[in-house]
Design a protein around this ligand. Structure first.
Ligand SMILES: C[S@@+](CC[C@H](N)C(=O)[O-])C[C@H]1O[C@@H](n2cnc3c(N)ncnc32)[C@H](O)[C@@H]1O
Length: 269
């Protein structure tokens, strides 16, 4: 008896659909050249397009000649946006699943020659002497068990601009003066606007890789303490920073280099 064999249609669109399915699940909803999307039913909406729309006006409209480092690039939404502005992009992520998506999408967009993907931990940037005109450090800080180590390492790779984004507690107060206090004035540490980070022992929003949630005051203070000046605060949880010139107030009050070198596995000699 003749069996009916269901033939899959062969067309570039059908092949693309199959690839998108094979490479899923997707965290980034990429809008592909044929008009299809990788995560059209994303629970956060058209993610991260609506975040990019907040950030995009605060970055140079053209990035020709700029080098960009995208940390925790995921499927590369931001990588591709800055590549389209003319940048050469190095995109790193720890997760091979997301890197497979990003490499595939680079081919789909014809952007392979502008982007390089590396499987790497943010901490491994301590082993590099590379500097990047623009560093994107978006949606990664709160996933780090060692967030200040990560930030201190990243800050040293920035030549011109850092775009930073993190989950926060939503508390927006900032105390004007958090300078020295005597030992018996510890109540100050619990006042609104004091820089604080909530530690997550198990999971937050169902995600066991969420470790720390800072308030806005902590983000500002930690960026400054890592040697960065906050140039603007374009929107909710976004910060645009520049490296502070050496010696400018706002840096850590003493030289953190020996501790940073030891913590990142480099010789202190
Ligand atoms: C919440 S997603 C953010 C993705 C993208 N940057 C964005 O803002 O939409 C966090 C990404 O960071 C990556 N990641 C987590 N820890 C990392 C680490 N230690 N080093 C490098 N990438 C990391 C994850 O694999 C994931 O792709």
């Amino acid at each position: 008896m003749a069996q009916s064999i269901r033939r899959e249609p062969h067309s570039p669109e059908a092949d693309r659909r199959r690839d998108v399915e094979r490479l899923g699940p997707w965290f980034h909803n990429l809008h592909l050249p044929d008009g299809s999307e990788t995560a059209p039913d994303h629970p956060l909406g058209d993610f991260p397009r609506y975040k990019w729309n907040v950030l995009a006006p605060h970055l140079p409209a053209r990035l020709d000649g700029w080098t960009v480092l995208d940390i925790g690039a995921n499927a590369g939404y931001y990588t591709f946006e800055v590549a389209r502005r003319g940048a050469r992009v190095t995109a790193i992520d720890v997760d091979p699943h997301y890197l497979d998506q990003a490499r595939w999408a680079a081919r789909a967009y014809g952007l392979e020659s502008s982007v390089e993907f590396r499987r790497m931990q943010v901490y491994e940037l301590a082993d590099s002497d590379e500097h990047f005109d623009l560093v994107l450090f978006l949606g990664v800080f709160y996933h780090l068990r060692y967030p200040l180590l990560g930030l201190d390492i990243v800050a040293r790779r920035v030549k011109r601009l850092l775009a930073f984004q993190t989950l926060t507690t939503l508390a927006m107060e900032v105390q004007a003066d958090t300078s020295d206090r005597p030992l018996d004035e510890r109540a100050a540490l619990r006042e609104p606007g004091w820089p604080t980070m909530a530690f997550i022992e198990d999971r937050f929003a169902g995600d066991p890789t969420n470790w720390w949630v800072p308030n806005h005051a902590a983000v500002m203070a930690q960026l400054r303490s890592s040697g960065l000046g906050v140039r603007s605060h374009p929107g909710h949880e976004f910060y645009i920073c520049e490296p502070l010139p050496p010696g400018v107030a706002g840096r850590a009050p003493y030289d953190i280099t020996p501790e940073l070198r030891a913590a990142s596995g480099r010789s202190t000699a």
